[in-house]
Design a protein. Structure first.
Length: 160
């Protein structure tokens, strides 16, 4: 229990250092995101403690892990969402804002179960399903671009 408390206390400092380590010590980095869409076309967004704005849930692909497995793991960790069917691959995007070696794999998830909402913690401080016309003002530029591709038929970009 004491370790857990220390982890929570130091997470805002440790998270950026871990990210820097990955950028310096690894070649190409791969991340995953999931656009979770409920039966009324609301999308699930999260707000992190360490970066501004609202984003699609996701994270890094660990060594030896497939993108699909990483996406399912991140959804469970960040959103308490379990896949109930096959997600659809939307695209692979070059994220030059993060580094010159970063790519993001985006899946569309429509078949899922969320028995209970996640409890905010040291990493995810807020979350929710939002209608497209009621997105939080500080929804990230990349999230808005992906939503426009999926819902408005905007051409899919290669850039995140």
């Amino acid at each position: 229990m004491a370790f857990q408390s220390l982890r929570y206390a130091f997470w805002p400092v440790l998270r950026p250092l871990l990210h820097l380590y990955r950028r310096v010590c690894h070649g190409t980095t791969t991340g995953v995101r999931a656009m979770v869409i409920d039966g009324t076309n609301r999308v699930f967004l999260i707000k992190h403690s360490y970066v501004a704005g609202w984003h699609l849930p996701g994270g890094g692909v660990d060594k030896g892990e497939t993108a699909g497995t990483a996406m399912a793991r991140e959804l469970l960790e960040e959103a308490n969402i379990k896949l109930a069917g096959e997600p659809k691959l939307h695209g692979i995007f070059f994220n030059n804002r993060e580094s010159r070696r970063d790519h993001v794999v985006l899946y569309i998830v429509r078949d899922f179960v969320q028995e209970t909402p996640p409890v905010p913690d040291y990493e995810i401080i807020a979350h929710g399903f939002f209608a497209l016309d009621a997105l939080p003002e500080d929804t990230s530029r990349a999230t808005r671009a992906r939503l426009a591709e999926v819902f408005n038929g905007v051409a899919v970009s290669e850039l995140w």
